[in-house]
Every structure is written in C-alpha cells, then in structure tokens.
Design a protein around this ligand. Structure first.
Ligand SMILES: Cc1cc2nc3c(=O)[nH]c(=O)nc-3n(C[C@H](O)[C@H](O)[C@H](O)COP(=O)(O)OP(=O)(O)OC[C@H]3O[C@@H](n4cnc5c(N)ncnc54)[C@H](O)[C@@H]3O)c2cc1C
Length: 299
C-alpha cells in the first residue's frame, strides 16, 4: 500500500499526513491522524472507503469534533472529515433533505426561514447533522431522532444504504447508526410554523445557553445524565466545581462541563474525568458514564 501515491491524486482537497486533530475538536486537544481527508463529494468518499477496506486501513469519521476527546497520541489510520462539501439543506413539501456536514445552527436557521418547525432546539448545538444523528443530539426537550424519516449512508464496504424510520432507533444520546458507516444525508419530516415565532424561540434558547454554559473550549456535557438527576447537579453537590488537572478545569458555571483553560492536554481532561468519577462514586455511590466519545491513543 502506498496511500500517498494511490489516494492523494484522486482527492480534490488532497491527503494530509500527521494532521493535528486539535484543530478539529472543540476541546482544542488531540494528537495527529496518520492520514486525514475531507472528501469533496460522494464519489470521493466511496473511493476512500473502498481503499481503506481493501488495505485494512482503520477509518475514523469526524464531524465537527464537538463530542470527542481525541487522545494525545492521535488516531491511527485514516480520519475522514465530513465537512462543508456535505453541507446543504433542500426544502420540499414540508420535508428537509440535509447533508451530513451541515451545521445544526445552519439547519435550524434554514428550517425556521422556511417556516418549518421542530429544529429550534438545535440552534446552539455546535455539531454537524451526521454527529447529531449518531449521538441523537437534543436539548430543551427536543432531539434529532424524532424528526428523521430516512437516512442515506455509505457502509464500510462502500455500498450506498438507505435506512427508513422503521429501521432506525434513537435513545438518550445514542442511536443504532453507530458502526453502520458514513452518514451522508438525512430526510427530516417537519411541521409548519410561523418563522417569527420560531426565531423567537431560537433566540430564547440561545440566550439560555449563553447564560448557563461556559465560553471556554469544551465538548458540552461530559457525563450522561442519570434518569432522575442531571450529572451537573450530582457533580456540583459532590463538590466537583473548580477541580483542576493541568489546564483542564471543571467549570464553575456548569459542573458537567470540563473546560480547556488554554494549555490542557487530552491526558489532563481524561485524568480530570476519572477524578470527577471517583469523587462522585465516593460521595454518592453513583457511577457516572461519559457522554463524550474517547478516541485514539494515549501518548
Ligand atoms: C458548547 C457545547 C454545547 C453542546 N450542547 C449539546 C446539547 O445541547 N445537546 C447535545 O446533544 N449535544 C451537545 N453538545 C455535544 C455535540 O455538539 C453533539 O453531540 C453533536 O451532535 C456532535 O456532532 P459533531 O458533528 O461534532 O460530531 P463529532 O464530535 O465529530 O462525532 C461524534 C460521533 O459521531 C460520529 N460521526 C460524526 N459524523 C458522522 C457521519 N457523517 N457519519 C457517521 N458517523 C459520524 C463520530 O465518529 C463520533 O462517533 C455540545 C457540545 C459543545 C461543545
């Protein structure tokens, strides 16, 4: 295998070697990807998948990197970034056809402009649609899974697959899309609404986030909520606010956020997560589980 000779020439945006992933994560930490590509279209994506399959090259899919802790040793194999080439929203008869690289902000804004209701909750979620579908992202009582009519993906054999509503299942911060392939598009079923009212609700949600969430780099909620209690309150009551390892700190504004105060490494964040988990276990007997996905190798 000579990936640079074989793959680089067919990719419009080229192939990067040892690409630092801290550039692509909201925590601004993470070591390098051995190889990194941003396919320019579906055809390129299929070629990349077929190549990785043929050569047993591990493939990792990256959206906006807002729910990821990429460890300091980085990711072996090929990281495939689903970005702006897959960003589009088409509206048709109360439905939306959305590319997986579309930001949730852009998606909710476009829906509201078209007078389509249901995506107001998504306005402040910083991820892409692809990542949101994998995670079943949600806020303020809404979640993306409830709007999905069908999904187009390319599986790890390079085959195009359509999954319809009855083949999909979404639950709290997960879905049965994990491990199925690269999501490229989704069709969303919407209701009609008044654009002015939709924007008013979105404005309210944005303000609530600004009020409650820290502004330093983070990955949103680190731990999953328990059925009867938010993880943030549990950590706060256990005395976790302000705990710090290296440049990583449990936010004083929201105890379920770990922020990068400027110099954090992924190891700082990982160790702080472990310290928070231990504190909560000792104080309450509860086991916190991460909501963020931890990927790559420690250095
Ligand atoms: C400040 C802040 C606030 C947040 N608030 C919320 C919130 O209110 N609600 C909430 O649910 N989340 C929230 N999050 C977390 C995060 O934004 C969501 O989980 C988001 O949906 C992740 O999307 P992403 O594109 O960043 O995915 P990534 O972090 O890049 O990836 C997440 C997972 O999805 C997979 N993936 C990504 N794209 C694809 C694709 N096209 N095909 C297949 N797999 C793919 C990745 O391999 C990975 O397993 C917040 C994060 C931050 C930083």
């Amino acid at each position: 295998m000579n990936i640079e000779r074989d793959l680089a020439p067919i990719l419009k945006y080229g192939l990067r070697k040892n690409e630092p992933l801290a550039r692509y994560t909201s925590w601004k930490v993470g070591g390098p990807a051995d190889y990194f590509v941003s396919p320019a279209d579906l055809e390129e994506l299929v070629q990349v998948i077929l190549y990785s399959n043929r050569h047993d090259l591990p493939l990792y899919i990256l959206g906006n990197g807002t729910n990821l802790l990429v460890l300091d040793g980085g990711i072996r194999g090929l990281v495939v970034h689903i970005g702006s080439a897959f960003s589009y929203v088409n509206t048709c008869a109360g439905k939306l056809e959305v590319g997986a690289g579309t930001s949730m902000y852009q998606l909710s804004k476009t829906a509201a402009e078209a007078g389509l209701r249901g995506l107001e909750f998504a306005v402040g979620i910083p991820g892409s649609l692809g990542g949101a579908l994998i995670m079943n992202a949600g806020a303020f009582g809404g979640y993306i899974g409830e709007l999905v009519e069908s999904i187009e993906l390319v599986d790890y054999q390079g085959e195009a697959v359509t999954l319809t509503r009855d083949q999909l299942s979404f639950s709290y911060r997960t879905s049965n899309l994990v491990g199925r392939g690269v999501i490229v598009e989704a069709q969303l079923e919407m209701e009609h609404g008044d654009p002015a009212e939709l924007f008013k609700t979105m404005h309210y949600y944005s303000e609530e986030r600004r009020r409650r969430h820290p502004s330093l780099p983070s990955a949103g909620s680190v731990f999953r909520n328990l059925p009867d209690k938010p993880a943030g309150r549990i950590i706060d009551e256990a005395g976790g606010k302000g705990m710090r390892i290296g440049g990583a700190e449990v936010s004083g504004e929201h105890a379920n956020f770990i922020v990068n105060t400027g110099s954090a490494t992924a190891a700082d964040i990982l160790f702080l997560m472990e310290a928070v988990k231990k504190l909560v276990k000792e104080k309450t007997g509860l086991d916190l589980q991460p909501e963020v996905r931890i990927v790559g190798e420690e250095s």
